[in-house]
Ligand binder design. Structure first.
Ligand code: ATP
Ligand code: MG
Length: 397
């Protein structure tokens, strides 16, 4: 069953109770574009408390914004009451909203014409701002006056650029010029929200278009840590970055090309999680080594996932299309490794103590590492007998 059909009973129920209900926003846009639908958003004339009284299972996730989550067949659906955003503070999303009577009024508060289209359960389209025409033209255009819309909520500028990359669209002139005028307002937005949009942009279909726009509008000057590095950031356009597959690879490339004094601090300025930071820095440091030739030991130390990321990045840095990378070769090499971690070694430190009758000490760790190395390099077989023989030999030396 298609994802809209699954959600239809919810809209039907609202309508049965005398309310209006529509599919709206990203799901309608993506359906018209034949893209995979992320999540279904529903707009209704019912007030949040009315929604909660009609449906047995609800979660009041964003009551102050008029949003209730309805759970149906274990799946959540966001239902938002028709609203405007009347008061904006500090160029950010409003803290309060006003509920309105009609879907048309609700569509007016949305960011871009292509995101301001509603659809009924009978697939009829409500499109007061001609979003469908812009969709077919590949245009991202603000609803109403672009300058006003970005002053109300500066994050919209980055959303616009993110959609350019994801959909391979372009910005309408007025929208582009308004970003140029109001780019500095992005400094009022929380870095966590900026990050989400930038990363969606970088992972989109046309990241180069997105990066190009950050530079042409000068928005890049107002993003954390990038101010003094705009020309290096611009150099990213020379590389086939669209063939990178994970956000960690893309960040590693940015760190590599910008050559920041303190790359760790840059990631911290972007409020990255420790885990994410560790992953990025690991690949980044590999890039700074002399070009890696994969021996058993090196592959064992780095691990398959990061080795593949590294190879993809090397291709991009050499400006070769990373799709040509022989990932299979690395996989074959990895699959042939005799062990994958210390715990795969079939003896323990206790065995060594017993065999040698010596007291423990730093030598134990050293000899275990040596055994590990010998095993990885296939110079020793991973069985007790072989290791014991090797060890007795080692003791005699
Ligand atoms: P995605 O595919 O990334 O989910 P989306 O367009 O659905 O894209 P959401 O953040 O899920 O984005 O928002 C749903 C809808 O809410 C949008 O399509 C748009 O109509 C509206 N919207 C979201 N953020 C804003 C904003 N900052 N200003 C105005 N309208 C917005
Ligand atoms: Mg969405």
């Amino acid at each position: 069953m298609d994802i809209f059909d699954k959600a239809k009973p919810i809209l039907d129920k609202l309508i049965k109770y005398g309310f209006e209900a529509y599919f709206v926003g990203g799901c309608v846009r993506d359906k018209l574009l034949n893209r995979t639908i992320g999540d279904i958003d529903i707009a209704t004339s019912a007030l949040p408390e009315e929604v909660m009284s009609i449906f047995p299972k609800t979660v009041p996730t964003g009551l102050q914004h008029g949003t209730v989550l309805v759970i149906q067949n274990s799946e959540p659906y966001e239902i938002t009451t028709f609203r405007t955003e009347s008061t904006y503070h500090d160029f950010r999303r409003p803290s309060e909203v006003t509920f309105v009577k009609s879907i048309e009024e609700d569509l007016k508060r949305r960011d871009f014409t292509m995101n301001a289209i509603a659809m009924t359960t009978k697939n009829e389209i409500i499109d007061p701002f001609n979003g469908t025409i812009d969709l077919y033209d590949g245009l991202i255009r603000c609803v109403g006056e672009a300058k006003e819309r970005f002053q109300e909520d500066a994050l919209r500028m980055l959303r616009g650029i993110r959609f350019v990359s994801q959909l391979d669209f372009r910005l309408h002139d007025e929208t582009f010029n308004a970003i140029k005028s109001y780019k500095h307002l992005i400094e009022n937005i929380a870095i966590e929200r900026i990050s989400v949009e930038i990363e969606k942009m970088l992972l989109g279909k046309s990241p180069k278009k997105g990066i190009g726009l950050l530079i042409q509008t000068n928005l890049v000057n107002h993003l954390p840590s990038l101010k003094e590095y705009t020309s290096q950031f611009n150099d990213l356009l020379d590389f086939p970055i669209q063939s990178l597959k994970t956000i960690e690879e893309i960040w590693a490339l940015i760190l590599y090309k910008c050559n920041f004094d303190n790359p760790e601090q840059v990631l911290r300025n972007w409020k990255m999680s420790n885990n994410r930071m560790k992953q990025i820095l690991k690949v980044y440091h590999l890039l700074n080594e002399t070009k890696i030739k994969w021996s058993n030991t090196k592959l064992y130390q780095v691990g398959l996932t990061d080795a593949i990321k590294y190879e993809r990045l090397q291709c991009v840095i050499d400006k070769i299309d990373a799709n040509e990378l022989n990932e299979d070769l690395l996989k074959t090499l990895y699959n042939q490794l005799p062990i994958y971690s210390k715990s795969d070694i079939c003896i323990t430190g206790n065995d060594l103590l017993e065999w040698s009758q010596l007291k423990g000490g730093p030598w134990l760790k050293e000899v275990l590492s040596e055994i590990e190395f010998q095993l990885v390099e296939n110079q020793l077989e991973n069985n007790q007998l072989a290791i014991k023989e090797w060890f007795i030999n080692w003791l005699q030396k």
